[in-house]
Write a protein that binds this ligand. Structure first.
Ligand code: ADP
Ligand code: MG
Length: 694
């Protein structure tokens, strides 16, 4: 170029359509992917790679080897008929090879004479000619095998955009601007954490050349991505402390003794520990943001009760939000029993109150005439005004992202927040989605917790299972039958519960008292049914997943799950968590028709272990993190390159470094952190409400 050295930022900001070889049609496709500038392109990482390091010239082929061969199409031949055969002849400088497709006549539409392609597969020598049957095919740009190296990137595409379009644009972008990228980290930092320099890594992440370089380049960008995320979370944690103001709630010896006297059982060591951690938090003048996680049945409620009573003891209000009305009622009943003798005033705020009841309760809450409010998320968040809110507990939540948590606010001081998970979360996920929270974990179960035996019986064992189920019912136990999950609508789900109920009432469970519960019923009907079940008047409850979370009926020890293939692993685990809560061992059978390996793996894991933490890790490994991270639910932007199932170790490293850095420079205010700060704000500033950090 004859003009003076261009400004790097300007070049990186070059619109894609000005790149050499990028046509308007290609640019339009790239725009649809949200890519506008050269810089955008550079950081559009491949979703996968094709490894052609086994690329051979035709002359060097060996019979029966699995290889890749690049060449130009010189002949196409389609033999039609009952068993159509397509032959595609390709040539390189050293010879010719014929690829064959049987019974796939449409394949010929994908080829044209003169095209460059890459075939991978097993090659055989037949009658002196090289042949490959049903190879994998890559359509190459004219000069691609030479520019591309032997590991080709595969990008996510969109309509009207071909793989080679993105590749060509990337080659141009790398040529133009790879060497203009500024390093994010100082040289000592790169060395210390074994990170490749950015200019090298950006080339290798697109065109690695070999697997080792790919691993190095990937490691660098994974670290960078996780590091920026962890910085953002650490900054947020810090900010919540500095900015917020909350009432310190000290657990004095007197208060502590008064609360413990109310609790009907000895706390487990895990509960003691969690209470100690939470009390230490609550005693500080800024808002607690703590996640309490524990397996189903590990006794999270009582920990929350302790914290709420601590707030009340200091003259503050506390609110407990549950995801369903059944659960809100159950909590209200539990608290009502515990506090029957005391002066604590409890209000239950749910959708089934009449308008005037609701108005009255709201009035009392805002007048400070209620100490403990229990309700469903939906209703409490509506527009309840508290006078002196000290603590918010969010129960059984795993859908709650960082953003949705900060909803209840009042003028003046902020409340403390305690979030309780519905189900154990894999460690890598806790560190990301909930990375701005402090975490307490209940690892042990309350004493006397019964084992739940789990079976995935074949159909021919159905009768035997129901025999067993009936025997246990006659011995005084109770049970659940879970209807297959229906995604579409509550009305269909209701029908499915109804028909299952009828089938059982006229069949396997004809001699027993059955009840039904599903999302279509009115809150009052649900409540009625649950109470009848709790009292034992109903022996078997036919249900949808409305009983999935939290429901606690200790005498229920049996569960049959129908259509088990439709449930996710954490959902199955939640369902099973309803039984084995009393003094009798639990028995759970899942009838399922697994259609694929993933489902089989899930069911097998479910039958093998009842450890929710283990199941959470298995679930993440089976499903991948896709559903967990980057969904709108959590409001966080998706990860572009890191993968929580495989990058756990790097995540830990990135987190430690980020935490240390923020401890030393809370607002990333030092000049040497200006670049990091810009990156953090650009990606997470809004979603994590980081303001301008400062
Ligand atoms: P989860 O963690 O699933 O919310 P819960 O708080 O509902 O669990 O507790 C499950 C059951 O265990 C409840 O019946 C509760 O009363 C009982 N429980 C909790 N802690 C203890 C304990 N320390 N000793 C005996 N029983 C306990
Ligand atoms: Mg619970």
């Amino acid at each position: 170029m004859s003009s003076p050295a261009p400004n790097a930022l300007e070049v990186l900001g070059t619109p894609i359509d000005r790149l050499v070889g990028v046509t308007p049609v290609m640019a339009e496709g790239l725009h649809r992917l949200g890519l506008r500038t050269v810089l955008d392109l550079l950081f559009y990482f491949p979703r996968d790679y094709e490894d052609f390091t086994d690329l051979r010239t035709i002359r060097s082929l060996e019979h029966d080897a699995t290889v890749s061969v690049a060449g130009t199409v010189t002949d196409l031949e389609l033999r039609r008929g009952r068993r159509p055969v397509l032959g595609v002849l390709i040539e390189d400088e050293t010879g010719a090879l014929r690829a064959m497709w049987f019974n796939q006549p449409y394949m010929h539409l994908k080829f044209a004479i003169g095209q460059r392609v890459l075939f991978s597969g097993r090659v055989v020598l037949k009658g002196g000619r090289w042949q490959m049957a049903h190879p994998r095919v890559q359509w190459l740009e004219q000069d691609e095998a030479t520019t591309g190296g032997k590991i080709l990137p595969i990008y996510s595409l969109t309509e009207g955009l071909a793989q080679w379009h993105v590749r060509r644009a990337l080659v141009a972008a790398l040529d133009l601007a790879a060497d203009l990228l500024d390093e994010v980290f100082p040289p000592e930092f790169l060395e210390q954490h074994h990170l490749a320099p950015i200019r090298w890594a950006i080339r290798k992440i697109h065109y690695p050349g070999d697997q080792e370089s790919l691993a190095q380049a990937r490691r660098r960008f994974v670290f960078q991505e996780l590091f920026i995320l962890q910085l953002a979370l650490a900054v947020r944690r810090q900010r919540l402390r500095v900015l917020g103001e909350a009432p310190p709630l000290e657990a004095t010896a007197r208060i502590d003794a008064r609360i413990r006297r109310l609790l009907p059982f000895e706390l487990t060591p895990g509960q003691q520990q969690a209470i100690a951690e939470i009390s230490a938090d609550l005693n500080r003048p800024f808002p607690t943001n703590r996640l309490l996680q524990g397996d189903v049945g590990s006794g999270k409620t009582v920990v929350a009760v302790y914290a709420m009573l601590l707030a009340v003891a200091h003259g503050f209000q506390a609110v407990l939000m549950a995801p369903t009305e059944i659960l809100a009622r159950q909590h209200a009943a539990t608290l009502g029993r515990l506090l029957a003798a005391g002066r604590v005033r409890i209000g239950l705020l749910t959708g089934s109150l009449t308008a005037s009841e609701r108005t009255e309760l709201r009035r009392k809450i805002s007048a400070g005439e209620i100490d403990l409010v229990i309700g469903t998320h939906a209703v409490v968040q509506e527009d309840v005004e508290f006078t002196k809110l000290g603590l918010v507990v969010i129960d059984e939540q795993h859908k709650f992202g960082v953003r949705q948590r900060a909803m209840l606010r009042q003028a003046g001081v902020d409340p403390h927040y305690l979030v309780m998970t519905a189900t154990p979360i894999p460690r890598t996920v806790t560190m990301t989605l909930f990375g701005d929270l402090d975490v307490s974990t209940l690892r042990d179960m309350p004493p006397g917790r019964q084992k739940v035996n789990t079976y995935v019986p074949p159909v021919e064992k159905r009768e035997a299972w129901w025999d067993f189920f009936r025997r246990k019912l006659r011995a005084g136990r109770q049970g659940y039958v879970i209807a297959p999950l229906v995604e579409e609508a509550e009305s269909i789900e209701a029908a499915s519960v109804q028909s299952l109920y009828e089938a059982l009432a006229n069949g396997e469970l004809a001699d027993f008292r059955l009840g039904c519960i599903h999302g279509r019923m009115s809150a009052a009907d649900k409540q009625h049914t649950m109470e009848a079940f709790r009292r034992g008047e109903i022996q078997v409850l036919i249900s949808t997943t409305v009983i999935e979370v939290g429901v606690d009926v200790p005498n229920a020890s049996l569960m049959t799950i129908e259509g088990g293939e439709r449930f996710g692993l954490s959902q199955l685990h939640q369902l099973r968590g309803r039984i084995g809560r009393g003094s009798h061992p639990g028995f759970c059978a899942v009838f399922a028709d697994p259609q694929n390996d993933e489902t089989r793996a899930r069911l097998e894991a479910f039958a093998r272990t009842t450890d929710g933490f283990e199941l959470a890790e298995i679930d993440l490994a089976i499903r991948g993190p896709g559903d967990l991270f980057g969904t709108k639910q959590h409001g966080m932007p998706p990860l572009r390159i890191a993968d929580l199932t495989r990058d756990g170790a790097l995540l830990e490293e990135a987190r430690d470094v980020a935490v240390a850095l923020v401890a030393a420079d809370a607002g990333l205010a030092r000049p040497e952190h200006a670049r990091l700060r810009r990156m953090v704000l650009a990606r997470y500033g809004q979603v994590l409400e980081l303001g301008d950090v400062g």
